[in-house]
Write a protein that binds this ligand. Structure first.
Ligand SMILES: Nc1ncnc2c1ncn2[C@@H]1O[C@H](COP(=O)(O)OP(=O)(O)OP(=O)(O)O)[C@@H](O)[C@H]1O
Ligand SMILES: [Mg+2]
Length: 284
């Protein structure tokens, strides 16, 4: 059984007003436990709208969302447990930081879960340590932190709830390359350590290629592709038409293949490229 399933999901903003608009339509996806799934798509393609359905923050206009086989809207009194099971870190989470101290900020979720003080403290320090936020920062105002630190505090506050699915909406947006790398390696080690599912929304094909096993491509509110990274990237032309680009290094190998060179096309990093070129040279 898939951990998350969306069936014929449709969502409209501003229903019944002159501004009514369809944000996602006929979305069918399934996500397996323990996967890292990338969600990519042009701006406005419906990524954020889609993922806000996964933790029942948005209620479908029509269609269904299942978590571990259960329709999340079947019993409205259980919605809170869905929100704890699927932790969502918003796009630009720094705008939703509101507590006076970093400690309070990270403990907000576990408190909502009704955990006792000792467990809350344990979880706060564990998740802060995991994202690389020092103990000395715990009593500081989160507003005094750098952009990268704020982002990591926001992630810690979701991880502290120990969700079985972690959803991150553009976690690297606006960060410098070092900040991006730090967040990406954090996500990878989180998934490796906990074996939990991670859903990563990103504009960056490079980031998705580095981390995800599976990719969901959104285009104008619909799912355009839903497959392995290499399968999706083999549709370079269609992706371009949707305003997306495959990683440049992948494109080089796709072009070589087109020219008749029998090379691999699932190449996403310089290291992979180096090894593949070495292999090709050894054959010639
Ligand atoms: N609160 C809202 N009210 C009205 N329309 C909205 C709202 N939020 C999003 N939309 C519209 O819904 C569609 C999907 O938006 P969504 O934010 O889900 O896309 P996205 O893929 O996350 O975009 P981005 O890459 O810019 O974050 C867009 O047409 C957008 O303008
Ligand atoms: Mg978005």
């Amino acid at each position: 059984m898939s951990q998350i399933v969306c069936e014929n999901l449709k969502y409209l903003y501003s229903v019944g007003t002159p501004f009514e608009s369809v944000a996602i339509d006929d979305v069918n996806i399934s996500i397996e436990k323990g996967e890292i799934v990338g969600v990519i798509g042009h701006t406005g393609s419906g990524k954020s709208t889609l993922i806000q359905h996964l933790n029942a923050l948005l209620e479908p206009y029509s269609g269904k969302v299942f978590l571990n086989g259960k329709d999340v809207w079947e019993n409205k009194s259980e919605i809170r447990s869905v929100r704890f099971a699927v932790g969502l870190c918003f796009q630009y989470p720094e705008y939703q930081i509101f507590e006076e101290t970093v400690f309070k900020e990270i403990s907000f979720g576990p408190k909502q879960m009704g955990l006792d003080e000792k467990e809350i403290e344990e979880r706060v320090y564990e998740s802060a340590d995991f994202v690389g936020i020092n103990k000395e920062l715990m009593n500081k105002s989160p507003f005094d932190l750098s952009g990268g630190q704020k982002r990591r505090v926001a992630i810690a506050s979701v991880i502290a709830m120990r969700p079985e699915v972690l959803v991150l909406d553009e976690p690297c947006a606006g960060l410098d390359p070092a900040g991006r790398e730090r967040i990406l390696s954090l996500i990878k080690s989180y998934q490796q350590k906990m074996g939990n599912t991670v859903i990563l929304v990103s504009h960056s094909m490079e980031d998705v290629a580095k981390l995800a096993q599976k990719v969901i491509v959104m285009n104008k509110g619909r799912v355009a592709f839903q497959s392995s990274v290499s399968e999706v990237f083999s549709h370079a032309r269609e992706l371009k038409e949707m305003g997306l680009n495959v990683p440049q290094i992948t494109e080089v190998f796709l072009k070589l293949k087109k020219r008749g060179i029998d090379c691999r096309t699932d190449i996403y990093t310089v290291e992979d490229a180096y090894n593949e070129i070495k292999r090709l040279k050894s054959l010639s």
